[in-house]
Design a protein around this ligand. Structure first.
Ligand SMILES: *Cc1c(COP(=O)(O)O)cnc(C)c1O
Length: 363
């Protein structure tokens, strides 16, 4: 296998040399002041990725994958007295419903097809019919298909009824716009190893300041009780449990790179340019997108497999050349493939990728 592999899956991503080098910085104890200072720096960095969040929202950092952050967010902020409406148009929306189920939180689901847009009329109906609903849980970028869900429209529907939003932004944080006021946002979950270009192992939740001040009676988890993290991290920088120390070194560098490269909007432009190059080469080879081009995020696009082509064949051919593409999930496994645009991909890599893809999909 080639030593340099370009990852076109939705995280983990191809690391920059600077981020990878940070992993070997040293052996630190997570209960020493130098690590506490590092965590505080990362928390500030995370709150600054989307400046719109910065003053109103406070972050906590936890060791785990993106799913841990989403589950922790729901464990802490989905109500037990009220009810959460889950909107699902893909794997990750369905996963949020499973989490609420696992934590015995009252919820209802608006289950849509995986290629459907959010159904705002159905949300309005559900909110009008059930006044117990106080929160909506939704995925920002539904990685199942690449759809960027319209949270502005959803936010308007929620705002007029005082309903708060809990958002899985695991595959959008750092590269798509986040508008807390318009969305009526309470909390948002993200991870180190997608749009931020860090290493897998750390994830985070940002929530409104006042929420951290008022813990509910009980969080039905010990490890995922973010209030204990918040108390520890914002008091002195320590954490209740062992943190992934070396992953934190890498996240600090990834955040610095993200800032230096122009922040989330520059990253969105970068990803969008990559997406458009891949799109043009596949379109010219006769491959169709699963959704309409204007429905996609900058982060990942999904394509229909050309008739008679197997995903495995396409995947293996690309992998031999050093590119890891991504399969469809569940019922889409034999119908489509996905190309994500995150990570330290050079322009020469993009040239090679688009040339190879174009020839690999042709009959
Ligand atoms: C990647 C992803 C997650 C979390 O996946 P992990 O494998 O736990 O990191 C959650 N939600 C979305 C939308 C994702 O893309």
């Amino acid at each position: 296998m080639e030593s340099r592999q370009i990852l076109l899956n939705p995280g983990p991503v191809t690391l920059s040399d600077r981020v990878r080098a940070a992993l070997t910085r040293g052996d630190w104890c997570h209960r020493e002041p130098e690590f506490a200072a590092l965590v505080r720096e990362i928390l500030e960095g995370l709150a600054g990725v989307h400046p719109e969040l910065g003053t109103e929202f406070e972050a906590v950092l936890l060791t785990g994958s993106g799913t841990a952050a989403v589950e922790a967010m729901l464990a802490c902020f989905a109500p037990t007295a009220g009810k959460t409406l889950v909107l699902s148009n893909g794997v990750y929306g369905e996963r949020m419903a499973r989490m609420l189920q696992a934590h015995h939180k009252p919820h209802r689901i608006v289950a849509l097809g995986w290629t459907d847009a959010l159904d705002i009329a159905a949300v309005e109906q559900a909110l009008a019919a059930d006044s117990a609903i106080t929160h909506v849980a939704v995925v920002h970028h539904e990685t199942t298909t690449g759809r960027l869900n319209d949270l502005a429209a959803l936010g308007r529907a929620c705002r007029s009824r005082g309903v708060r939003l809990l958002v899985d932004a695991v595959s959008s944080f750092g590269a798509e716009e986040i508008v807390p006021e318009a969305w009526n946002l309470d909390a948002i979950a993200g991870t180190a190893n997608k749009c931020l270009h860090g290493v897998p192992g750390l994830a985070f939740v940002l929530a409104r300041r006042e929420l951290w001040r008022a813990p509910p009676a009980a969080v039905r988890s010990v490890y995922l009780d973010l209030y204990s993290y918040h108390r520890a991290q914002h008091d002195d920088g320590f954490s209740p449990f062992t943190q992934a120390v070396q992953i934190a070194f890498a996240l600090r560098e990834a955040l610095a790179e993200h800032r230096e490269q122009g922040g989330w909007s520059a990253r969105r432009q970068l990803f969008r340019r990559r997406a458009e190059r891949v799109y043009r080469s596949l379109r010219d080879a006769g491959v169709e997108t699963l959704l309409k081009p204007e429905e996609y995020s900058c982060v990942l696009w999904s394509y229909r497999l050309p008739p008679g082509r197997s995903y495995a064949g396409l995947h293996d051919r690309m992998k031999r050349e050093g590119f890891v593409i991504y399969a469809g999930q569940g019922k889409f496994a034999n119908e489509m493939f996905r190309i994500a645009n995150m990570g330290d991909i050079k322009s020469a890599d993009m040239d090679r990728l688009t040339a190879l893809l174009g020839s690999a999909v042709r009959p």
